[in-house]
Design a protein around this ligand. Structure first.
Ligand SMILES: Nc1nc2c(c(=O)[nH]1)N[C@H]1C(S)=C(S)[C@@H](COP(=O)(O)OP(=O)(O)OC[C@H]3O[C@@H](n4cnc5c(=O)[nH]c(N)nc54)[C@H](O)[C@@H]3O)O[C@H]1N2
Ligand SMILES: Nc1nc2c(c(=O)[nH]1)N[C@H]1C(S)=C(S)[C@@H](COP(=O)(O)OP(=O)(O)OC[C@H]3O[C@@H](n4cnc5c(=O)[nH]c(N)nc54)[C@H](O)[C@@H]3O)O[C@H]1N2
Ligand SMILES: [Mo]
Length: 761
């Protein structure tokens, strides 16, 4: 399989390269914000947009899921949140003339960057079977096409309903109801590629798949360990929280193969005082470990905590907590006591003395939080790794008390809320019982397809209709060539989208684009101004009100689309689709009846700042596992075997992208400008491999079914951990084998692909 760069990508493989930065945010970020917004939106629209962002009566930032502090500055936003907003609020339009001008075959040759730059989608478009161009259709005709294809299925399981993580609670709830009324749990989502491993490990060990800390816990914590996360780029507002935590006495540790800017030094753009002079050095300690080394690291930490307890009994472990609230201690202790130090060194590449120092940090801290993101979840042993985080925290009773806990940092702004609303291919029976009772039907019980299994089912010709509620399925998923041909085997692909992307160009026999309102836009569905709600990474639910004039008068809200479609397909027999679309408060009443924790939903969502969902372990050390206890677990170490002359490649985000949306071609903090086809390699590895810095290579991934190739990447000598290379996604998704997935969670191993570098002229 060979993947050539699209033609205009030649510009992207001759990047400028300079030394990486250590400082994030601050002045550079502020001027970049001004440039970004005023350049794209004009002065007036910029002011309205920014003044509404993350304000108590404004809209939730579509950037990331980091929570808003209680006492917001006039501007609680960050450079990358502003880019996300500017991308949505762009004055550029993809209209009927655009589609008449550009055949789909031509659009399929364009880069992600070019497609995104074309602007907002404006009206429903249909690609007929055998057609060369999309043509405009009415909403009614679009719904008829979908209804016709759904009616032609021999089983409801031939339809798949994907969700990205920007969809509001209200739209997500209506969408899953539609799928389940139709008779299927085929509800894959971006979480399957994101924090699925976190949900799996946390549900098993503490009884709930969500993080157990609130912002106040970070402020009160003694020790915050950040593993596998690059907040300077992906959660910049987290840096303000870390800065405050640090001022209040926290120690901060970064565990990462890359020395990421921001954790090293931070200039707070929200506090003008901090522009002067140096910023705050956030991380007190940096452990540069190998890709996938975290499981071994935390097993080693556990063994060191036990050894310290042996020396001074009662000084380290929280015995009363372990006795009262946990099971599995004895087996766990026996397991980590027999840990092989050489194996830990091989897996982590971190000297034992540094691990001992980190263990000392845990021992002397009164409370500790572990934060993590994609550097942890997208590995084969991700679930085992997160269970190992839980083990270390449980030993010291660091769950369910102030300043302590687990903190998986979510990505998409409402990805956590979508799950709470039932967007999951395997919702528990109890939840389905309540859904069935509220709407008087029997929801399907058979588990549905997740993202990877959806691709397998399409490949095997088992899927007739694919619908995407947002996102960019074909680019976000692994094994691009295989996934593209899998999607082409569908009879119909439907994308509900704000902006043009590659998923509109790689289609089933027929394809629909349904343009929708973004988070920033005023939603007047049913003739009244509607409010939606979202849940952040810490389980806080709050309202979001768009302020801007919609990009086109033909856009419909996601709720409007789902309810309109459901009514067409299912009739208005027993579900009040029309009432739901006319007033989202009706949907919230249904949610209140089905989803625990949403009592008085409508009243509480109207309160500025919203409300916090209950969380047993955090609130009362209640663990809803089968035995009511938190579980220490035994996790066998299985080091990855990297053949001689090969590197382990991780696929990451640049500072100028939101997942598959490419804002620009720079990665300022890593010193890259005007290009994306770069591969970061340790200078020692370059020396060993005999490859020169600044030369060009093909990246060839080796898997049991053969090689996959991404062509022509510029080599950048970079201080990444030895043996561990990095390049940007989605250009490298072609290298991720579909079957290379995390145990249990089925998440693609996007952070660990065995590659060889083949020099090219
Ligand atoms: N501006 C912007 N914001 C975003 C996004 C975006 O694309 N752009 N995406 C959003 C989404 S959906 C998500 S999920 C989050 C993603 O947020 P991140 O997880 O920060 O995103 P990545 O770029 O994938 O970075 C992974 C980090 O983990 C490190 N890492 C990789 N493997 C390992 C490992 O084995 N061990 C350790 N300890 N570290 C490792 C990498 O070096 C890198 O620093 O951000 C969200 N916010
Ligand atoms: N190799 C590799 N692959 C990865 C990852 C990785 O680290 N490495 N990360 C994975 C992760 S963490 C995630 S979350 C997934 C992301 O997967 P997705 O969520 O599927 O992808 P996005 O790029 O976020 O989707 C962007 C598109 O969403 C649409 N959109 C934007 N806003 C809205 C809206 O408000 N409503 C609607 N209906 N549409 C909207 C726009 O049309 C835009 O083109 O990618 C995964 N893929
Ligand atoms: Mo994500």
């Amino acid at each position: 399989m060979v993947r050539r760069a699209p033609r205009e990508d030649s510009r992207q493989d001759a990047p400028g390269v300079s030394a990486p930065k250590t400082t994030a945010a601050g002045n550079a970020a502020v001027s970049s914000i001004a440039e970004e917004v005023v350049g794209k939106l004009g002065v007036k629209r910029s002011a309205l947009t920014l003044l509404s962002l993350n304000q108590k009566k404004g809209f939730d930032c579509p950037g990331c899921a980091w929570p808003d502090p209680d006492h917001r500055h006039t501007f609680e936003f960050c450079e990358n949140g502003v880019k996300a907003v500017a991308e949505e609020a762009t004055p550029r339009r993809v209209d009927v003339e655009f589609f008449a001008e550009h055949p789909v075959s031509e659009l399929a040759e364009r880069t992600d960057y070019w497609l995104g730059q074309q602007g907002r989608l404006t009206e429903p478009m249909l690609l007929e079977a055998g057609g060369t161009h999309y043509r405009p259709v009415s909403w009614s005709e679009a719904f008829s096409v979908i209804a016709e294809e759904l009616a032609a299925m021999s089983s409801p399981h031939e339809a798949v309903f994907y969700t990205s993580g920007r969809t509001s609670n209200e739209a997500a709830f209506a969408y899953q109801l539609f799928a389940r009324k139709l008779g299927t749990n085929n509800l894959p989502d971006c979480s399957n590629m994101c924090h699925e491993s976190s949900g799996a490990a946390l549900s098993e060990t503490i009884g709930i798949g969500k993080g157990s800390v609130l912002l106040d816990d970070l402020y009160q914590s003694d020790l915050i360990v950040i593993c596998g996360q690059n907040p300077g780029t992906n959660h910049p507002r987290m840096l303000s929280a870390l800065e405050r935590a640090k001022r209040e006495g926290a120690r901060i540790v970064s565990v990462n193969p890359l020395p990421e800017a921001g954790l090293q030094e931070f200039l707070n753009p929200q506090r003008p005082g901090s522009y002067i002079g140096k910023g705050t050095e956030l991380a007190d300690r940096f452990l540069q470990l190998r890709l996938g080394g975290d499981q071994a690291l935390f097993a080693a930490l556990g063994s060191l905590l036990l050894a310290a307890e042996d020396k001074v009994p009662g000084a380290v472990l929280d015995r009363p907590f372990l006795d009262e609230h946990t099971t599995g201690f004895a087996a766990y202790a026996e397991h980590v006591r027999s840990l092989d130090r050489d194996e830990v060194l091989r897996a982590t590449g971190v000297p034992w003395s540094q691990i001992e120092e980190l263990a000392e940090e845990f021992i002397s801290a009164k409370s500790a939080v572990v934060c993590w993101a994609m550097g942890i979840t997208q590995h084969r042993d991700a679930v085992a790794t997160i269970r190992e985080f839980v083990n270390v925290l449980l030993l010291q009773g660091n769950i369910g008390r102030p300043g302590a806990g687990v903190c998986p940092v979510r990505g998409h702004s409402n990805v956590q809320g979508d799950r709470t609303m039932g967007i999951w291919e395997k919702m528990p029976d109890q939840w389905l019982d309540r859904l069935g009772a509220e709407f008087d039907f029997q929801p399907p019980r058979e588990h549905g397809l997740d993202t990877v299994d959806t691709i397998r089912a399409m490949r095997d010709g088992k899927i007739r209709v694919f619908m995407g509620m947002g996102g960019n399925f074909v680019r976000a998923t692994p094994d691009s060539d295989l996934t593209e041909s899998a999607l082409r085997s569908c009879a119909l692909t439907v994308q509900v989208s704000t902006k043009l992307n590659r998923s509109h160009t790689v289609t089933g026999r027929r394809a629909l684009i349904l343009p929708t309102l973004g988070r920033t836009e005023k939603d007047t569905t049913g003739g009244q101004e509607q409010v939606v709600s979202v849940e952040d990474s810490m389980g806080v639910v709050h309202g979001s009100r768009g302020k801007l004039r919609p990009a086109s008068s033909q856009l419909r809200s996601e709720v409007g689309i789902v309810c309109g479609l459901a009514e067409r397909v299912l009739g208005s027999d027993d579900v009040d689709w029309c009432a739901m679309a006319g007033d989202y408060a009706v949907i919230r009443d249904h949610i209140e009846a089905v989803v625990p924790g949403f009592t008085d939903y409508n009243a509480r969502v109207a309160v500025p700042g919203g409300f916090v969902l209950p969380h047993g372990p955090r609130d009362s050390r209640t663990f809803s596992t089968p035995d009511g206890k938190a579980h220490l677990t035994v996790n066998v170490l299985r080091p990855l075997e990297i053949p001689e002359g090969r590197l382990l490649l991780q696929t990451i985000r640049s500072h100028d992208q939101f997942n598959t949306t490419i804002y620009g071609l720079d990665d300022r903090y890593r010193g890259i400008s005007n290009g994306r086809r770069v591969v970061f390699v340790n200078p020692g590895d370059l020396h060993d491999l005999g490859i020169a810095d600044a030369s060009y290579v093909d990246l060839v991934s080796e898997w049991r079914d053969g090689d996959r190739r991404a062509e022509r990447f510029r080599v950048v000598s970079y201080p990444t951990a030895k043996g561990c290379a990095a390049a940007y996604f989605p250009e490298t998704n072609v290298l991720v084998p579909l079957d290379s997935v995390a145990e249990t969670s089925n998440t693609p191993t996007s952070k660990a692909i065995v590659v060889r570098l083949e020099p090219v002229p």
